[in-house]
Design a protein around this ligand. Structure first.
Ligand SMILES: Nc1ncnc2c1ncn2[C@@H]1O[C@H](COP(=O)(O)OP(=O)(O)OP(=O)(O)O)[C@@H](O)[C@H]1O
Ligand SMILES: [Mg+2]
Length: 421
């Protein structure tokens, strides 16, 4: 499996990013080495939700010259008496707010990103802070949304999550059509460059109603430019963009559908594009036990009923089988046999071209599974889906293989193009 960096973001605060990130990272670590990184460096909420004995944290990385790898904290014996989470590690934020670290500048961010890229793990989960500033955007993938969390309880959180998608996509288009972009140099024409950027300004400006979304923008551009090499990369950037989300504090299909999923998809359609691929990774029910477990520093997933994991054979498949055993009606191990997977994929088509029916279908399927109301099964389901996607999709379609500053990203976008043209 290709290494993945998966960011957890929400736009709005208090919707369960940290809760999700911790439990998800713990579940993933049962399958492959996983490191959770607290990038909400102002509040260091991971260390208050997870009872850790931290010897070194980001303070030591930034201020004391420690290697990032040496700032990994593993679970204490009392948290994991059976040693089931030996492949789980955390890089904690400093204990107290340190201005220079909580609002780190670009140089510090790029340095940290380069170090994160070298961490020895298959999965790196980044718990981001709320909001949509450079600190958050820089860590998000450019080709997909990472994992977005929102909740039916806060309609504003739904829109905030949709706005992350919008910001990411526009940001990427701005890079692609910046003056220094290889596209501009290669195909020339100051006129085109100006036209594209003026149209982008109009779409991005929500007060300009003529050009509401990127689909309208593409049509306009096609009229203005005819067949032009500009069009292909724009189309690819927009149509190739993937959106992944998890509903937290789920409270039943109807309410989740009306107050969260439908407005989310509608907002993306109206203000971004109808061509985005939107994937519902699952939900987490609202349960006081989740909050209690957080307050005790002992995340709920650690209490999962333990079944012996067979060590023989492929450990990834063994673990998938174990996860699936608790999910009635979901695929069995056979579905993970290469070649057969696509044909027998119960998820195939669920996130297809008609996102409304598809999303409702996903909710219904999840709800009709007996496990749907049990919190640990919620995490097993999400973990299962994430592993499924991680196996089937290229690393830059779900999460990202490495964090990249814009210049490297541009090189990356245009590299395959140069070799195939
Ligand atoms: N599924 C759930 N059921 C019950 N309580 C939950 C659930 N998920 C999260 N909580 C509680 O909601 C609160 C917010 O959760 P959390 O800190 O994970 O959110 P966050 O998005 O990381 O917040 P912030 O933006 O401040 O970083 C916490 O008190 C947590 O215990
Ligand atoms: Mg948090």
């Amino acid at each position: 499996m290709v290494r993945r960096i998966l960011t957890v973001a929400s736009g709005k605060g208090g919707v369960g990013k940290t809760t999700f990130a911790i439990n998800f990272a713990l579940a993933l670590s049962r399958v492959a080495p996983t490191i959770l990184v607290d990038l909400d460096t102002g509040t260091s909420s991971i260390r208050s939700t997870l009872d850790l004995e931290v010897k070194k944290d980001l303070y030591h990385y930034f201020r004391r010259g420690a290697a990032l790898e040496d700032c990994i904290t593993v679970l204490d014996r009392h948290m994991d008496p059976e040693g089931l989470y030996g492949d789980f590690g955390v890089i904690a934020a400093p204990r107290h707010t340190i201005e220079e670290i909580s609002s780190m500048g670009e140089t510090a961010r790029w340095r940290l990103m380069a170090a994160l890229n070298e961490l020895p793990a298959s999965f790196i989960i980044l718990d981001l802070r709320a909001g949509l500033d450079g600190h958050v955007l820089d860590f998000l993938p450019l080709s997909n949304s990472g994992i977005l969390i929102f909740t039916p309880h806060h309609p504003a959180a739904t829109l905030a999550a949709a706005n992350i998608v919008r910001s990411l996509l526009f940001r990427k288009l701005r890079f692609v059509f910046a003056k220094e972009s290889p596209l501009f140099a290669g195909h020339g024409g100051f006129q085109q460059h100006r036209l594209v950027n003026e149209l982008l300004d109009q779409v991005e400006d929500v007060y300009v109603e003529e050009l509401q979304n990127l689909d309208a923008f593409l049509i306009d551009l096609e009229h203005s430019l005819g067949t032009n090499p500009y069009l292909r990369p724009i189309r690819e950037v927009i149509h190739g963009f993937g959106v992944y989300f998890v509903l937290n504090m789920f409270n039943g299909i109807e309410e989740s559908w009306e107050t969260a999923v439908r407005p989310f998809v509608e907002h993306l359609h109206d203000h971004v594009s109808r061509r985005l691929t939107i994937t519902n990774l699952g939900w987490i029910v609202q349960d006081p036990a989740v909050h209690r477990a957080n307050c005790q520093g002992h995340p709920i997933i650690l209490d999962a009923p333990r079944q012996p994991v067979r060590r023989a054979g492929n450990p990834v498949l063994e673990e998938l089988e174990r996860l699936e055993a608790s999910l009635l009606g979901l695929p069995t191990r056979d579905d993970f046999t290469p070649g057969e997977a696509a044909a027998r994929d119960v998820f195939a088509g669920l996130d297809g071209p008609d996102p409304f029916t598809a999303q409702l279908e996903v909710l219904n399927r999840m709800y009709s599974s007996r496990g749907a109301t049990r919190i640990r099964d919620n995490f097993a389901y999400i973990t299962h889906r994430a592993l499924h996607l991680a196996r089937d999709l290229p690393a830059e379609v779900f999460g990202q293989p490495r964090l990249m500053p814009p210049s490297a990203m541009l090189r990356h976008i245009f590299q395959p193009r140069e070799s195939t043209d």
